[in-house]
Design a protein. Structure first.
Length: 81
């Protein structure tokens, strides 16, 4: 597996590890945005993009949840999540 200063190349990660990396980076995003240095935020943004791009490359036909589409959002009743 190719290692880089920002972690393993997303293309080299098996599916389970790619998902764990995505979960972790999404969980840490808010804290990095609020309290990270400019360099930390830039690095975080780049890594997030690399991981998300790899996920989308592997799953181009992923089916969005109906509530996550415009039509689904319009169909919700007021106050429904």
């Amino acid at each position: 597996m190719a290692e880089r200063s920002g972690g393993a190349a997303p293309r080299d990660l098996e599916d389970g590890r790619l998902l764990r990396e995505l979960e972790t980076i999404h969980r840490t995003r808010h804290e990095t945005l609020l309290h990270g240095s400019d360099d930390a935020l830039a690095t975080h943004t780049q890594r997030l993009r690399e991981l998300e791009d790899e996920y989308l490359r592997r799953h181009p036909q992923r089916a969005p949840a109906s509530g996550r589409t415009r039509e689904g959002a319009r169909a919700r009743t007021p106050g429904e999540p």
